[in-house]
Write a protein that binds this ligand. Structure first.
Ligand code: NAP
Length: 305
């Protein structure tokens, strides 16, 4: 018998599901682009710099699109390009993101504006602009949040605030999109290799941001030394990209995909969620006792099985 083996990548364009990934030039966004395109999905890869656009355009199943998530004219132009291509849009991955490290009592408003603009308003703008296409295809929206969407620690305040916002964004959007059969998820990665700290350090240098006169000078220096701009000691983010594929294409996607490289990071995150539950419950007018809490936990566990 003659059997034709067709890989996903060889499927005709009309069969390919298309996905837009923002911030595809490096790190997690690039890995998502590489993984999805290699599996035969069509990826519109958003990037800002011409060299990155050129590099992405050399990949099979990838079309690079100039896309700064802060720039409405680029966003509108990107929507027009995707519409003209005629593939529709099945998946949206809000990945573009930045970080700053700063104590909350010293952070400048312009630095908060910088991070919130990319990490919060970015997904808001992109989701709003592409929602009609996603609704048309009864597709999926996923946002790269972080375990910092649950955790918050010294100097991570602005970043954690932005990722906590993405947790709320995901839950509210998920309910609002139910009536259109669009499913919404968040991915909560732990620490993976990327350029996020390199970009942060570059921005600090270019803006002359220093903590010489900070009340936290010593703690800040030890954070920068322990963290370092080079994240090559961290794992490659392939497992994050795998979770994105599940969020976009599995028949029953989860609301949240926490993906961490070691047990410590899982432990911090889950313990924090449980601690918050205990803190909310303690000394309040309608306090649940231990047995009632366990019953509630069992009920939620049963619902998610
Ligand atoms: N790496 C981790 O351990 C980790 C953990 C949890 C969550 N995350 C999240 O993962 C996402 C990706 O970060 P990453 O770690 O992969 O860092 P990365 O390598 O620095 O990638 C960030 C991407 O966002 C892009 N970007 C920044 N500002 C943008 C803007 N205004 N418009 C469009 N794109 C913009 C960057 O483009 P340029 O190259 O043009 O700057 C780059 O493509 C972020 O949302 C981050 O918060 C990362």
């Amino acid at each position: 018998m003659f059997v034709v083996v067709t890989s996903y990548a060889q499927q005709s364009e009309t069969e390919q599901k298309a996905v837009l990934v923002t911030g595809a030039s490096s790190g997690i966004g690039l890995k998502i682009t590489e993984e999805l395109s290699a599996k035969g999905y069509f990826v519109y890869a958003g990037a800002r710099k011409q060299a990155d656009l050129d590099r992405l355009n050399t990949m099979d199943n990838v079309q690079a699109i100039k896309l700064d998530v802060n720039n409405w004219s680029e966003i509108n132009a990107a929507v027009d390009i995707v519409k003209k291509e005629g593939r529709g849009l099945y998946g949206l991955v809000n990945n573009a993101g930045v970080a700053i490290f700063s104590p909350l009592i010293e952070v400048k408003e312009e630095d908060l504006d910088f991070i919130f603009n990319v990490n919060i308003y970015g997904p808001y703008r992109i989701t709003k602009a592409f929602a009609p296409l996603i609704i048309e295809s009864k597709g999926r929206i996923t946002t790269i949040s972080s375990i910092s969407g649950i955790l918050a620690g010294r100097f991570f305040g602005p970043y954690s605030m932005s990722k906590h916002a993405m947790e709320a964004f995901t839950d509210a959007l998920a309910v609002e999109m139910e009536k259109f059969d669009v499913q919404v998820s968040a991915i909560e990665p732990g620490n993976y290799n990327s350029k996020i700290v390199e970009s942060l350090v570059k921005r600090m240098k270019s803006k002359d941001i220093s903590f010489e006169n900070s009340l936290y000078k010593e703690e800040f220096e030890s954070l920068i030394t322990s963290y370092g701009a080079d994240r090559s000691r961290y794992k490659d983010p392939k497992e994050v990209a795998d979770a994105v594929e599940k969020a976009l294409f599995s028949s029953n996607p989860k609301r949240r995909y926490m993906v961490v490289p070691n047990e410590n990071e899982a432990n911090w995150t889950i313990t924090q969620i449980l601690r918050e539950m205990v803190q909310l419950n303690e000394n309040q007018a309608y306090k649940y006792n231990r047995e009632e809490l366990i019953k509630k936990l069992d009920k939620i566990l049963a619902e998610t099985e």
